[in-house]
Design a protein around this ligand. Sequence first.
Ligand code: G3D
Ligand code: MG
Length: 209
Amino acid sequence: MASNKKVLLKVIILGDSSVGKTSLMNQYVNRKFSNQYKATIGADFLTKEVTIDDKTVTMQIWDTAGQERFQSLGVAFYRGADCCVLVFDVTAPNTFKSLDSWRDEFLIQASPREPDNFPFVLLANKVDLEPKAISPKRAAQWCQSKNNIPYFETSAKEGLNVEQAFLAIAKNALAQQNQTIDLYNEFPGTLNLNETHHRPIGGSDSCSC
Ligand code: G3D
Ligand code: MG
């Protein structure tokens, strides 16, 4: 890929309501943890430039507007994602139990080319709080069972591990995008959008179109 090409990575954040998705994004993009930022930016996104191996890429981070309560996020939210971030709250066991269904929902809606190799990253959020209901061991086991998903313990409140987690997210998203581009390049003759086909409609070979 030409190095002067602009790279845009789409990252989506999924998980139960109140696990801290919006707070994590706000901490990463604006370096703020604010109770006023209720933000709720709709099926919308924030962008952040990030440098990976001397290359600047733009990460587009999509958050929900609270519709995750009903698991109804619409196809536009999922379409074209390069990485999916799954979040749970270490003090709320139900949010950990929901991870499977968020992952499944993503795979159904986004239908990536290679579901088994699609990059997910798991964030165990609110590690500043006690007591913890889900141990790091349990979370790590879940990650292992899903083809070794990278796993970070974060606190959006204290800014703990947030930068590191999003850097890993960006790297995984970039690797995924490069792989997809390689796949297209492997079959250059499969789809040629510049080619004009003059094919008769209705079975007649005598069309002069
Ligand atoms: P969501 O976007 O997943 O629904 P939010 O979650 O980011 O709106 O966060 C839900 C609540 O959890 C908020 O509290 C927020 O301040 C809090 N929160 C988010 N991340 C952390 C964290 O790392 N540590 C702690 N202690 N709290 C966190 P309120 O009270 O505003 O509902
Ligand atoms: Mg939110």
